[in-house]
Write a new protein. Sequence first.
Length: 127
Amino acid sequence: MVSHCLGMSRCLDNNLPRRIDGLPKVVIQARQQQPTPTRISSRRESDLERLEQLLREADERAKEANERAERERKRAEDEQRNRQEAESRAQIEEKKARPTTFEEYIRACHTLLSKPLSIQRDKSLST
């Protein structure tokens, strides 16, 4: 057996107490507080559960943020469409309300009066 006592006349490893009776209270308490494998695994499990819960919450917040952004985008599109429709209606109303030129008046009269008139060759249909 290789000694790791580094030149000491007597290796102390063989004489270490197997019990904790002779150790100071601080060392005893530290050993008692050290996590055992079951404590480690249960602590890791609770940490994993907590991390999974945090991940689920973060996913939910991201999903809600995406939904809010989508609703906001649709609302903005609706507002723009409504604004364009209102502008279009305003232009149509403005065009209707503006004064008519003489040329426009003559054309309108021609369209309304002369185009519906037609020559009837059948004498039974004419007066």
